[in-house]
Design a binder for this molecule. Structure first.
Ligand code: APR
Length: 231
């Protein structure tokens, strides 16, 4: 029984047509983080934030999973109950690609959160300033996205998974945002083998026991086939 913990970032969805954050022309080259990814930005201009996430939601729902998403789902199928995918991504492409046991530590574009009572629900429609919370009826709906300065979801459970990891893979992330960037250290402390699969070396590249560089749709299926083939 080996526990495989996988962390993914925007790079795994890049070949599905969804932009990354810090690559050239990335999201943070087009929008100011303080305007669209902080609670202060939302308080200042909720219309701007709602339109930013509504647009990303439409783009994400039209996107298709790629060979890297599918490969991780195949790994889960070959190792039932042993593979957890912790994603920084807010798109639903892991699930669309057949994965289960996917933890969205930064929230999800299809989600809504009530700023008044913290109720979370599936946002079937676009949200706007004044969208009512179905639980407390307050006009306080906001995107269920973890913004800078907010606590990611499931951190206690994530650290418990890392503490029991035999294999930790970081896929498609620049490793510039904490706490995810330090997960490799948690996994290492647990004695796990650590591997970085990315288009180019990330900020944490020197912390990994193994590194593989290239497009996720090429290197992730190759890596998965090797892991599946191992006794
Ligand atoms: N295949 C593999 N890796 C790729 C590909 C690809 N086709 N294209 C880009 N990458 C890599 C880039 O080299 C980069 O290292 O994906 C990484 C994307 O890095 P970021 O844009 O910083 O995205 P991410 O690491 O997911 O950002 C983490 O920051 O802004 C916050 O909440 C946001 O979840 C996000 C977090």
């Amino acid at each position: 029984m080996s526990k495989i913990v996988i962390l993914t970032g925007a790079g795994i969805s890049a070949e599905s047509g969804l932009g990354t954050f810090r690559d050239e022309n990335g999201l943070w080259a087009q929008h100011r983080i303080e305007d669209v990814a902080t609670p202060e930005g939302f308080a200042r201009n909720p219309d701007l934030v709602h339109s930013f996430y509504n647009a990303r939601r439409h783009q994400s729902s039209a996107a298709q999973p790629n060979a890297a998403h599918m490969a991780l789902a195949q790994l889960q199928a070959q190792h039932p109950g042993e593979v957890v995918i912790i994603t920084q991504n807010v798109d639903g492409l892991h699930e669309k690609g057949g994965a289960s046991n996917v933890w969205h530590m930064h929230g999800i574009l299809d989600g809504a959160l009530c700023a008044a009572c913290s109720h979370r629900w599936y946002a079937a429609e676009d949200m706007h300033r004044g969208t009512l919370c179905p639980s407390c009826q307050m006009p306080a709906a906001r995107p269920d996205i973890v913004w800078f300065g907010e606590m990611p979801y499931d951190m206690e459970q994530i650290y418990a998974q890392l503490a029991g990891a035999d294999l930790f893979a970081s896929i498609g992330t620049s490793s510039q945002v904490y706490p995810a960037a330090a997960f490799v250290h948690e996994a290492q402390a647990a004695g796990a083998h650590t591997v970085e699969l990315n288009l180019e070396p990330s900020s944490m590249v020197s912390s990994f026991a193994e590194t593989r560089f290239g497009p996720a749709t090429v290197i992730v299926p190759q890596w998965v086939n090797e892991v599946i083939g191992q006794p």
